[in-house]
Design a binder for this molecule. Structure first.
Ligand code: NAD
Length: 315
């Protein structure tokens, strides 16, 4: 089968490309390399069943070229990461909404199935953990630009359901803090802590570290994604894909120090010095729908995933 991975040079997208090639598919990646990196695909330079098209999902010609002959699209391309979104909310909104609309429209024209990568950010700052897919979304004011990412991803999901109602085969996954090799240490907490620990530098925890997340190793993220895309029960549905083990940021820092046997101290940094925006206090998925309909469960313990990611970061 020929498959398009938008954002295929990115962290999750490039791992997905590898998995799909391993399964014997022909794979096209469409990426504008804004946050994705050619190094993520360098091992595929001579792979006969792989092609990278450099271009934007907001360019109709590029989208049509990339999707030609494809039976399936994994739509990963997006402006991602709170820092990028705060720095350039316009790029976030236009890429994530207009780009997604173009991908869906072309998929409908070609009769192609779509898997949409969405985010736990859609739940906003809801405190009703664990989050179920049908729960209310609680967002801050539009003057706080971090919420534009949540809003754009929610519009993508509304679009997905609207296209599904018109017959497009579609599934949506909401990722919860995926981490693993190829993740950018500048932008994400897990590789940043690991980098600091490996360098024996202070591990910088924002606030008192009591805010929590559900860290999900890339292998689990990929398995959930592929199950949602290929299980007939996944069609037209939204799934939380992540670990349901809740970990505070302070626990994450302590675990990173333990698994890397680092001498790093923990340094507490006030939010206002780094991030003038609202943080989300807790973020934990209820994965019972994915468990029931897809047979999905995150399997990789945090310590094991951290060790594997540390090995990748080591010089
Ligand atoms: N990593 C996570 O924990 C997480 C959590 C929630 C949701 N997601 C979603 O998963 C998907 C993949 O995220 P990721 O973590 O791999 O981030 P990433 O930044 O590594 O990947 C995004 C990719 O999209 C590409 N891209 C951006 N704008 C583009 C455009 N206009 N045209 C073509 N390509 C473009 C980037 O260059 C990059 O390669 C995204 O949709 C993201 O919103 C990720």
């Amino acid at each position: 089968m020929r498959i398009l991975v938008t954002g295929g040079a990115g962290y999750i997208g490039s791992h997905l490309v590898d998995k799909l090639l391993e399964a014997g598919h022909e794979v096209v990646a469409l990426d504008n390399l804004s946050s994705g990196r050619p190094e993520n695909l360098v091992h595929l330079e001579d792979a006969p069943r792989f092609r990278l098209i450099e271009g934007s999902i907001t360019d109709p010609k590029r989208v049509a070229e990339a999707m030609r002959g494809c039976a399936m699209v994994y739509h990963m391309a997006a402006v991602v990461g709170v820092r990028r979104v705060v720095e350039d909310p316009l790029a976030c909104i236009t890429t994530n909404v207009i780009g997604t609309h173009l991908v869906f429209e072309e998929a409908r024209r070609l009769g192609c199935k779509v898997l949409l990568a969405s985010s736990s950010e859609v739940y906003g700052k809801s405190t009703a953990v664990p989050f179920r897919e049908e729960d209310d979304r609680i967002l801050g004011p539009v003057t706080v630009s971090r919420w534009s990412y949540s809003a754009a991803k929610a519009v993508d999901e509304h679009l997905a359901l609207a296209y599904a109602a018109q017959g497009l085969l579609i599934a949506v996954v909401r990722y919860f803090n995926s981490y693993g090799p190829r993740m950018d240490p500048e932008s994400y907490v897990v590789p940043r802590f690991l980098r600091q620990a490996l360098d024996n530098q202070p591990i910088t925890v924002h606030g008192d570290g009591s805010q929590s997340r559900s860290f999900t190793y890339i292998e689990d993220t990929l398995r959930g994604t592929l199950l949602a895309a290929t299980t007939p029960e996944g069609e037209g549905k939204i799934f939380n894909i992540g670990s349901d083990r809740e970990t505070t940021i302070l626990e994450l820092a302590q675990t990173v120090i333990r698994v890397t046997r680092s001498a790093s101290p923990i340094s507490f940094v006030p939010y206002s010095h780094h991030r003038p925006f609202e943080d989300v206090p807790r973020r934990v998925p209820d994965v019972s729908r994915a468990r029931r309909l897809l047979g999905f469960e995150a399997r990789v313990p945090l310590e094991e995933g951290l060790l594997k990611t540390a090995r990748w970061l080591e010089p």
